[in-house]
Design a protein around this ligand. Structure first.
Ligand SMILES: Nc1ncnc2c1ncn2[C@@H]1O[C@H](COP(=O)(O)OP(=O)(O)O)[C@@H](O)[C@H]1O
Ligand SMILES: [Mg+2]
Length: 202
């Protein structure tokens, strides 16, 4: 089978044939449309959902996150068919692996994942220090444990042991910079990251 890449030519060649739903997260419904591409369709939440500003902000946050973490190549697309409500769509390179929340404990403290975790926590500390903000390193749904980086549904561990941030858009108030809730929440996340790294020597 010909390998699909995320070049524009590749995207134009995508076909809905053989498409299946990989997962429905809190914000996105994630479809696989080719061997190595996923399409994320933003779910509507009420009449205010999916303004163009949502997509722009999401794209800015993707770009910002790539300064600190690996983020899969992503195209942000606004689909606007006459008569329909506009839909925001993300086309993203598909990774093979599992969520950090699903990785077994024993993997965490061995190379290569151990070094990746150290680098990820350091990068997040740098990001928070330099920009006063963190991308959504935890992912939905809102739940007990969402202050704990170990429970992340947005940090993805590939089969090679690399960590990628698959869904950086930090659309909730509590990630927002420079408000007390955001500062407290992002501090808790960083603290949980440092604690996860210390655990090995327990
Ligand atoms: N690039 C990707 N490669 C492989 N699986 C993915 C990718 N992006 C998302 N997924 C899968 O789809 C799920 C939901 O994706 P995500 O972008 O986090 O949406 P939501 O914001 O709705 O949680 C993820 O938990 C993961 O299992
Ligand atoms: Mg997510």
């Amino acid at each position: 089978m010909e390998k699909q890449s995320l070049g524009l030519g590749g995207l134009l060649g995508l076909r809905a044939e053989g498409q299946f739903v990989l997962g429905a997260g809190f914000f996105n419904e994630v479809h696989v449309v080719a061997e190595d591409v996923v399409v994320k369709v933003a779910k509507p939440y009420g009449p205010l959902q999916q303004p163009l500003s949502w997509l722009r902000r999401n794209r800015r946050e993707h770009e910002h996150s790539t300064r600190y973490l690996r983020v899969p190549a992503t195209y942000h697309v606004r689909m606007n068919r006459r008569g329909d409500r506009p839909v925001s769509v993300l086309l993203q390179a598909r990774l093979s692996g599992r969520l950090l929340s699903q990785a077994p404990d024993e993997d965490l403290y061995l190379p290569p994942l151990r070094m990746e975790l150290v680098q990820t926590v350091r990068a997040l500390e740098r990001c928070r220090r330099q920009s006063g903000w963190l991308p959504d390193v935890i992912g939905g749904p809102p739940r007990w444990g969402m202050h704990d980086l170990r429970r992340s549904n947005n940090l993805f561990v590939t089969d090679d042991g690399e960590i990628w941030l698959i869904d950086p858009g930090a659309l909730f108030l509590w990630f927002s910079r420079r408000n007390p809730v955001g500062m407290l929440y992002t501090s808790l996340l960083l603290w949980s990251g440092r604690r996860m790294l210390r655990k090995r020597s327990d």
